[in-house]
Design a protein around this ligand. Structure first.
Ligand SMILES: Cc1cc2nc3c(=O)[nH]c(=O)nc-3n(C[C@H](O)[C@H](O)[C@H](O)COP(=O)(O)O)c2cc1C
Length: 170
């Protein structure tokens, strides 16, 4: 499948089969995140791959897991990310989101469903997983085999803005 077709066929999966993700597939997803670009190659992402029943139960106290067999907690270490000198903007969250996107699209290519989540209770997750205060929890990415009808890859005509609503040329 070419890249645009993978991107169009991805949709948010909020119901998963009670089926594990194969280790080789999870390794490949994590590898896609590892090779993602980050500002000045700082690689501030710190990822907790939650795969155990116990871990998923703990995560369920601070997030919806949609019964996914794998949820990746994508954190970022603000102290190790690049800071733009002109205005002091720390790009750690941008880096973490690029990593998340790489992993999400790799999972799609492997035939897995995903949902990216920012709705969660950071304090609860931090406590449950002993995440240091210096890390920000940026995204959760649930991964597993979808237990729902796939959304059409052609849906974007209606579900997305037109190019001229979001892009200008200068
Ligand atoms: C940054 C970000 C945060 C999101 N947070 C959540 C979330 O907390 N819970 C959820 O169910 N979906 C979440 N989503 C999924 C979006 O709602 C979804 O991607 C969007 O509605 C488009 O639908 P699609 O993914 O099926 O194409 C998030 C997506 C992104 C990119």
């Amino acid at each position: 499948m070419d890249f645009l077709q993978i991107a169009k066929s991805r949709y948010s999966v909020r119901k998963y089969k009670d089926m594990p993700v194969e280790k080789e597939k999870l390794d490949k997803i994590l590898e896609a995140g590892r090779v993602a670009p980050t500002g000045v190659n700082a690689q501030p992402q710190r990822i907790i791959a939650v795969t155990s029943r116990e871990g998923l139960e703990k995560l369920g106290k601070g997030a919806k897991t949609f019964n996914a067999p794998v949820v990746l907690i994508v954190c970022t270490d603000k102290d190790s990310a690049w800071v733009r000198p002109a205005d002091g903007k720390n790009i750690a969250e941008i880096d973490a989101s690029i990593v998340t996107d790489h992993m999400m699209l790799q999972a799609t290519e492997l035939g897995l469903g995903t949902v990216w989540m920012c709705w969660f209770k950071p304090d609860v997750i931090r406590e449950e997983f002993n995440i240091p205060n210096s890390y920000e929890i940026v995204n959760l990415l649930a991964v597993g085999y979808a237990d729902c009808e796939p959304l059409s890859a052609d849906r974007h005509g209606e579900m997305r803005k037109r190019i001229d609503e979001t892009v200008t040329y200068a």
